[in-house]
Design a protein around this ligand. Structure first.
Ligand code: ZN
Length: 193
């Protein structure tokens, strides 16, 4: 009896997470990776969700998930949003507070971690005045920051707030706000004539 209760509760958590992912417009492949559900079960779940949902239509995304780290670095505004999202990933423990060494085991795509990922994404959407980063891009960012091959988290050299930088950047970066403060308060001798 105990075993079947445990199984039921595990299955229930996976279905709940899949529904949250569907609501956030995740791709089938992503839902499969994080919940372990089969394609067929995800399809059925999606159909039931759309049929039962009184909310507006949830678009279903097919094809490849995003994989471009450059997306997060393409403009000062995107870098600022990426920093906010990375802060939420740290705050909700999706990412470890301390950098993970190369040979240490890394947190996996598990149901509890998936649930924290949803919370971090929802907090980012609430805090950003005009959120531009999708759930799929959030999944990509969380994975990229954990691996540290392309992007890494750093602290602004002036105020210590979270910044996300290209792995190859050597200088300690500054956040957008500190950059703007420097630009406003440059001494006259530094201004271009
Ligand atoms: Zn700063």
């Amino acid at each position: 009896m105990r075993i079947s209760d445990d199984r039921y509760s595990r299955d229930r958590s996976r279905l709940d997470l899949a529904l949250q992912f569907i609501r956030h417009e995740a791709r089938t492949h992503t839902i499969k990776t994080w919940t372990g559900l089969t394609d067929d079960r995800i399809r059925k779940l999606y159909r039931t969700y759309v049929a039962d949902s009184s909310e507006c239509h949830v678009p279903r995304h097919r094809g490849k998930s995003p994989s471009q780290a450059a997306f997060f670095m393409r403009s000062p505004r995107m870098r600022q949003e990426t920093a906010l999202l990375a802060s939420m990933l740290l705050l909700f423990d999706v990412l470890p507070a301390q950098p993970v060494s190369a040979d240490a085991p890394r947190p996996d795509a598990t149901v509890p971690r998936g649930s924290l990922l949803c919370k971090a994404f929802e907090a980012y959407r609430e805090l950003s005045p005009r959120p531009n980063i999708s759930f799929e891009h959030t999944v990509f960012l969380a994975t990229a920051l954990l691996r540290g091959h392309e992007l890494r988290i750093n602290a602004c050299r002036d105020c210590g707030s979270v910044v996300v930088v290209d792995r190859l950047v050597l200088r300690t970066p500054t956040c957008l706000e500190c950059q703007q403060t420097h630009a406003t308060f440059r001494p006259p001798s530094c201004r271009t004539r």
